[in-house]
Structure formats: C-alpha cells, structure tokens
Design a protein around this ligand. Structure first.
Ligand code: MN
Length: 498
C-alpha cells in the first residue's frame, strides 16, 4: 500500500564505462526490474522510482543535485551492480541532502555453478562494488542506512519499509509549523530547549501564540455548530444524558471548533497548551486535543513542543499501520517482586487512536489550573508490544531516548480513575529501564506508539544526525553508562559533520 500519492524514493544504480554498452544495458534492465519488483510489493509504503545507471562524476553530481531539490523526493537508494569507482561520487554526495540507503544486494540470488564465466563475474560485482562505495561513505562520514540481503527477501523489504517511513517523517519535519499556545509550565526544565537550534537541526519551527488568538477563533462559531459537533460526540463515544446536556461539553465542543480553525488557518501541524495560561478559556482543552491527535495533529502539554513535534512526526510515520500513537506520561508505578509496571496517563490528553474499545466521554473536575471541569475521553489500551520515545535538549545537542515496552491488560477494574490510561511493563524490566532512562535524562513526557517500532526511530535519528539511546531487552546499566560517556565525546567531535 502506498501512503502518499506524490512522494517518491529514487533508485540509482552505480556502474562505470569500462564494461561496454552491452553490460551497461544489462545493468539498467536488471536495476529497473529490481526497482519495479520492490515498488509493487504491498509492504513498500512509498513509490520507488528507477532513475538511472550512473557512470561518471558528472552524471552522479547531476542526479544528486536533482534529488536534493526535488520536493517530492524523500530519499535515495543506491546500489552498485558493478564496480563504480567511488571518487566519482564525492561531489554528488557532498550536495546530497536527502536520506540515503546503501542497498547491498545482488541481482542473482545464487551462483549459477555450471554456467558461471568471467562475463557473469563482471556483471555481478556488488560484493566488491558496494565495498568501494561503503568505504567512501564512511570516509565522508555520511549518515546512511545499510541494507544487506537479496532484494526479494522479507528482510530487505522490512528494512526498506522502516527507512521509507522514517524518511516520510523526516520530510514532514522540514517546514513543519508548531503553535505554542501559552508558554511553558513555569519552572519546568525538560520542556524547555533551544528552538532556533531545533529548527536548524530538524527543520521545524515553533512559534508562540497568545490564548486570546484561540479565544477569537472559538467565538467565531455559533451554537448551532457546537450542537452539531456534540451530536458527533454522541455517535462516536459512550456518554450519559447528564454529560450530553452539560455546559462543560458545550464549552469543550466550542474549544474544539476554535482550535481546529486556529490550527488550519495557521497551517500548523502540531501544538502545545499549558494549564497555567488558560485566560478566557472555560476549561483545559481535553476531548478536543484527544480528537485532534487522533486526526494526526502533534500535541504536547505544558508547552512541550518537542513532544508535539515527535508525535506529529510519528503520526506521519505510522500511517496505515494499526495500534495508534499518543502523547504519554509515565504517571505512577506498580512495584512487585518481578514484572513491575508503569501506569501511563496524563491529566487528560491521551490519543484515542490507541484505545482498545469505544471511549467513554465524561466530565470531571481537574485539581489544578483553577478552571471548570473539562470533558475528556476515557479508555484503556490492549496488551501488546509498544515503544516510548522522548526527545530532549542536552544543551549542546538533542538526544532521543526510546524504550521497548509490553502493554499489559490490567487484571482488576480501575473504577475511580477518570482518565485514559495504559499499563505497561518496560524492557528489560522496570528497574533497569527507569534507571537507564534517568541516566539518559529522558523526559517524563513521551510519545507512546503501538504502531511503529524502534527501527523506524533508529532510522529517523540517523537522518537527523542526532543521538539515540535505546533501552530494550539487551540493556544493562554498565554498558548504558559507557554509551552515554562515549556519545558525549563522539557528538562533540563530529557535531559539525552530522
Ligand atoms: Mn505533563
């Protein structure tokens, strides 16, 4: 399934003139067949287009220049069918700004033992042609994803799928607009950060708006429009007559109409709110934020623009996948001898894309913020694998921290908790996971996803040239401390190259 009509990945096969026209024609035929086969696979989410066989420095520079400025090209796959002296690639790679895959494959799966001769050997040289290319990429410190395997194998398809999704996410970050409604929750450290550096590094911009701008948008809708939206709530969620007729729900629906209009008018893909700045709003936006996340908007509470961007990016990357992705917070622990767990939730703003069943819509007071009782959606989340991802600003660089977790079905009812929640067991266990997370300086806010896996995050970090610390079934504290110390040196040495 293709998840975008326009976006493309370009396929470029490397060769050289030495072999003669017949061999080069064969290289082109094979490369085209390989590309078309990949493109027709139902697990390849973006059109992959064969561009050309390149045989000279001029051709390589030209195709890299075109790829870098083409607004629909989200990345480039390269493969050396034959030997392609890599100095020819230097000027092209210097100007290539799009994510890169080095596909190390071979047209034939097996050696044709009874027929193999030197013509065959000359045509099928990826084994050393790609080594020459790999050397240059390493020499140039060029970030790329290496995929090794036969092009018809599930492994190659899976790896390409992951990289293409990451490339879509990276592409979406370029020019992404984030509205910060109100500022930061006062005195909080981790939700702050260098927004200018972030724009230089990732391509998205974060700009502040007064709550008054939102109020103006809310006031532009009349009672009839609010009533219509409440009818929609009644169709989509379980709610009592009292809630249906409540003033709170009416106000919440008004906020949703205004917020959507505000976001659309400004061309924003993500936004933040803060409960300390709700002047003129009846209540903290709850159901509106939840529903907008489900429609693909990024969101972070308390001014958390980094989580808002990350959620929007993950929403782009998880399109067409099942499981959903949401803003999340590690809220409270359930310690037990083994299998200790985390109860994840937020004051209100968890995305219903991760809900196991039809959400309930309820109205309850909020103990902080001093506003009226907000409407919210309440639900649980089915058991299964998931990840938590956090993006933080360390002062001299950005770091992502990702943890593999296993969502667990609660064994008992949780009747008095009026928010959406998820129960999970982090890998390798809560003690090592939380210990590592604290050492890494990961945030209390995360993006939780049942739809995407760590590999996609890994590919995204590679494209952005930022640090990623993964906490999974293999993590141990001693090694993790070393990674943190080594990375400190590495990112200082190479910060201008990444
Ligand atoms: Mn929070």
């Amino acid at each position: 399934m293709k998840i975008s009509d326009h976006k493309q990945v370009w396929f470029i096969a490397g060769s050289q003139h030495l072999y003669g026209l017949e061999t080069l024609n064969k290289v082109a035929t094979n490369a085209r067949e390989l590309t078309e086969s990949l493109d027709s696979h139902d697990k390849i989410p973006v059109t992959i287009k064969f561009k050309q066989v390149v045989t000279s420095a001029e051709e390589i520079t030209e195709i890299c220049r075109k790829a870098s400025v083409d607004k629909n090209c989200i990345g480039v796959v390269t493969w050396m069918h034959t030997f392609s002296p890599a100095k020819m690639w230097i000027n092209g790679l210097k100007i290539l700004t799009k994510p890169l895959v080095h596909l190390h494959t071979q047209f034939n799966r097996k050696v044709p033992w009874s027929e193999i001769d030197m013509d065959f050997m000359n045509l099928n040289q990826s084994a050393h042609g790609d080594r020459e290319f790999g050397h240059l990429l390493s020499r140039m410190r060029k970030n790329r994803k290496v995929i090794v395997g036969h092009w018809k194998s599930d492994w190659v398809i899976t790896q390409l799928n992951s990289w293409m999704r990451a490339a879509l996410g990276w592409h979406s970050m370029q020019g992404m607009k984030v509205a910060r409604i109100g500022d930061n929750m006062r005195d909080v450290a981790v939700t702050e950060g260098d927004k200018v550096e972030a724009e230089i590094k990732f391509g998205f911009s974060v700009n502040g708006y007064g709550v008054g701008d939102l109020i103006k948008a809310i006031e532009s809708f009349d009672d009839q429009q609010v009533k219509k939206l409440i009818e929609q709530y009644a169709e989509e969620y379980l709610l009592s007559d009292a809630v249906l007729k409540s003033n709170s729900l009416k106000k919440a629906a008004g906020i949703e109409l205004g917020l959507r209009a505000f976001m659309k008018d400004g061309g924003h893909d993500a936004f933040t709110t803060t409960f300390e700045d709700l002047h003129g709003l009846d209540q903290l936006p709850g159901i509106s934020v939840q529903r907008m996340m489900a429609d693909g908007y990024g969101f972070g509470s308390e001014g958390d623009w980094k989580s808002a961007v990350l959620l929007r990016t993950i929403k782009v990357m998880d399109e067409g996948l099942t499981g959903g992705s949401s803003f999340m917070e590690d809220y409270t622990y359930h310690f037990q001898d083994d299998h200790s767990m985390v109860l994840g939730a937020h004051m209100l703003e968890i995305c219903p894309s991760i809900a196991s069943d039809q959400p309930k819509c309820e109205v309850h007071p909020l103990s902080i913020g001093g506003k009226n009782a907000p409407a919210r959606l309440i639900f649980e989340v089915n058991a299964g694998p998931a990840i938590n991802v956090s993006l933080v600003d360390l002062g001299n660089r950005f770091r992502m921290v990702a943890n593999k977790v296993q969502v667990v079905n609660p064994e008992v009812e949780i009747p008095k908790l009026p928010v959406a929640r998820v129960l999970w067991e982090p890998m390798p266990n809560l003690e090592i996971s939380a210990h590592s997370w604290l050492l890494a300086g990961g945030a209390h806010h995360t993006v939780f996803s049942k739809a995407i896996n760590i590999e996609i995050i890994e590919d995204l970090a590679e494209m952005a040239g930022i640090e990623l610390l993964v906490i999974d079934e293999h993590t141990n504290i001693r090694d993790f401390k070393h990674y943190i110390h080594w990375n400190e040196a590495y990112y200082q040495l190479f910060q201008n190259n990444l």
